[in-house]
Write a protein that binds this ligand. Structure first.
Ligand SMILES: Nc1ncnc2c1ncn2[C@@H]1O[C@H](COP(=O)(O)OP(=O)(O)OP(=O)(O)O)[C@@H](O)[C@H]1O
Ligand SMILES: [Mg+2]
Length: 239
C-alpha cells in the first residue's frame, strides 16, 4: 500500500517553481529519504503533504485520504526543519502540551514521556526550560514531541542537524525499528551516511524529482562507489 501518493504536485511562488510536477509514491514501512540541495523543494513538499500549505496544482493522498484532510491529522507526525517547541516551557511541559494536542490521556502521556525522553536522552533535563537547552537538545525534544501520539506516518525535516554522532546512530536504529513496525517515515537529510540507511531515496533538484531508488542501486546505475558521488553524477546529468 502506498502511504504517500502525489500526482504532478506543484507549488509555485510567483515565477518560482518550488515543487514541479512531483510524482512520489512511498510505501508503508519505508524510510524514504528526500535529498537535494538547498532550495530544491524538500521542505515545501513536506509542508504540502502535512497540509500546512496548499498545492498550486496537482494532487496528493496520505494514508488513503486526499489532502488536505483533517482525517489524517492524528495519524501523522511532523518535525519541522525549524525546531517547533514552546521555548518558555519545560521539557516535561512540552511533552504534555503535544500529548494534549493529539488527544492522549494523562496516563498515556505519562508512559510516552518516560519512553521518549529516554529515547532522545533528555530524562535528566525534564525540568529544564526549553530555551536553556543546547541546539541539538532542542532538536531532540522536537523529535520526541512529533512522535508522542505514535503516528503511522512521520515527516522528519532534517531531524539530525546538530545532533551528535552517537545519538544520530541511535535515532537511525529507532527509525528502522519503526519501519519494522510498519510505520512510514519520510525524512530529509544532507548527511549521505544517513541516506544510505533509507529504504529508498529520492533526489530533488530545482523542484523536480530527478532520480529515485534504493541507495545501492543508485550507486550501481551511476557506476559510483558512494551515494554522494552517485548524487553528484545524477545532478550533473540534469544540468
Ligand atoms: N513562502 C515562500 N515564499 C517564497 N518562496 C518560498 C517560500 N517557501 C519556500 N520558497 C522557495 O522555494 C524553494 C524551495 O524551498 P524549500 O524550503 O522547499 O527547499 P529545501 O529543499 O527544503 O532546502 P533546504 O535544504 O535549504 O532546507 C526555495 O527557492 C525557497 O526560497
Ligand atoms: Mg528544507
Amino acid at each position: 500500500m502506498n502511504v504517500i501518493e502525489t500526482k504532478d504536485l506543484c507549488k509555485n511562488y510567483d515565477e518560482l517553481k518550488a515543487v514541479n510536477k512531483l510524482n512520489l509514491n512511498v510505501r508503508q514501512g519505508e524510510v524514504y529519504g528526500l535529498l537535494g540541495p538547498n532550495g530544491s523543494g524538500k521542505t515545501t513538499t513536506i509542508k504540502m503533504l502535512t497540509g500546512l500549505i496548499l498545492a498550486s496544482t496537482g494532487s496528493a493522498s496520505i494514508l488513503g485520504h486526499k489532502i488536505p484532510s483533517k482525517l489524517v491529522l492524528n495519524d501523522i507526525g511532523y518535525m519541522p526543519q525549524e525546531t517547533a517547541i514552546y521555548l518558555e516551557n519545560t521539557v516535561h511541559e512540552n511533552i504534555q502540551l503535544f500529548g494534549e494536542i493529539y488527544g492522549l490521556t494523562k496516563a498515556e502521556i505519562k508512559v510516552r514521556e518516560v519512553e521518549l525522553l529516554d529515547f532522545v536522552d533528555l530524562s535528566h533535563r525534564r525540568n529544564s526550560i526549553a530555551s536553556t537547552l543546547s541546539g541539538g537538545m532542542k532538536h531532540r525534544l522536537s523529535l520526541a514531541c512529533a512522535m508522542i501520539h505514535r503516528p503511522k506516518l512521520l515527516f522528519l525535516d532534517e531531524p539530525t542537524v546538530g545532533v551528535d554522532p552517537e545519538l544520530r546512530a541511535l535515532f537511525w536504529e529507532y527509525f528502522e525499528k519503526m519501519a519494522a513496525d510498519n510505520i512510514t517515515v519520510l525524512i530529509t537529510t544532507h548527511y549521505m551516511d544517513e541516506a544510505n540507511n533509507c529504504t529508498r531515496v529520492g533526489l530533488m533538484k530545482e523542484g523536480e524529482l530527478i532520480a529515485e531508488d534504493e541507495p545501492h542501486l543508485l550507486m550501481e546505475s551511476t557506476g559510483t562507489k558512494t551515494l554522494e558521488e552517485a548524487f553528484l553524477a545524477l545532478a550533473r546529468r540534469c544540468d
